[in-house]
Design a protein around this ligand. Structure first.
Ligand code: AMP
Length: 250
């Protein structure tokens, strides 16, 4: 079932007018999913693995902002403002995020299916998405919600070290560098990001819970929420996720 070619997601990353060079292989029943979970649970890794496994496109709103920030072409004033918010570590205003998702709604009809990641992040975004899906006659198969005890998240994030120069990410126990404190890629110094320190992680978790509790509740009430234990190795979490998704279709 899994595909070896990575979808290039040009239409999602670059917006209306851009065409995907790697067209996802059409599926008889493409998966239409939303991915939720706090920072540190490995949501990014699971998104990648799931997309390969299910052949779906990884529609991450954060990736759209990063791609736009990295490209040198003139962005719209709304996008320039959105990137400013992102660089300050703040959420981008709902109206801006919504504008970019609506412009890219063609991706929700992709024959390979989709996995929305990083969106919706507020109740306003969730209700706007729901209305769009109704208007476009699209039904979600499920909303995967990765869960992990706060202590485990703190342990994961506080062991993380980032290269000051090339930004490569390591983990003291999970993915240690060959030489302690030194980046394998570029020889730069490895540091602990301020927001990965235990106190800051707890604050980030509280902020996450405040903002997204309403989103998880929204999907729980629609019987779409699929909670998944995010502890353990990435492959185990993937297997758990695929099993839970398939059980919903049976
Ligand atoms: P992510 O990669 O999902 O963590 O997103 C990176 C950054 O992009 C976030 O910290 C926000 O600044 C911005 N962002 C991405 N998606 C959203 C969203 N749905 N609502 C508001 N801001 C977002």
């Amino acid at each position: 079932m899994s595909s070896s070619t990575k979808n290039d997601r040009a239409a999602w990353l670059l917006g209306p007018g851009a065409k995907c060079a790697v067209i996802p292989q059409p599926r008889t029943r493409p998966w239409k999913l939303v991915l939720l979970g706090p920072p540190g649970v490995g949501k990014g890794t699971q998104a990648e693995l799931l997309c390969r496994e299910l052949g779906a496109c990884h529609l991450s709103t954060g990736d759209v902002f990063r791609a736009s920030g990295a490209s040198r072409c003139a962005a719209s004033p709304a996008m320039t403002e959105a990137i400013r918010y992102m660089l300050q570590g703040q959420l981008v205003p709902d109206s801006t995020v919504w504008q970019l998702v609506r412009e890219r709604s063609g991706c929700l009809h992709c024959g390979g299916g989709f996995i929305l990641d990083g969106f919706p992040r507020s109740l306003a975004q969730a209700t706007a998405l729901q209305q769009l899906l109704i208007d476009e006659s699209i039904s979600l198969d499920g909303v995967i919600f990765y869960v992990m005890p706060v202590e485990d998240i703190v342990a994961r994030l506080s062991g993380r070290r980032t290269c000051q120069r090339c930004k490569a990410v390591y983990h003291l126990t999970g993915r240690p560098p060959a030489k302690p404190g030194i980046c394998d890629n570029c020889g730069g110094n490895l540091i602990q990001r301020e927001d990965d320190k235990p106190k800051a992680v707890e604050v980030r978790m509280q902020a996450y819970q405040q903002v997204t509790a309403s989103v998880t509740q929204f999907y729980r009430e629609m019987s779409l929420l699929v909670p998944i234990d995010a502890r353990g190795a990435a492959n185990e979490v993937l297997a758990r996720t695929v099993t839970a998704l398939k059980a919903r279709r049976n």
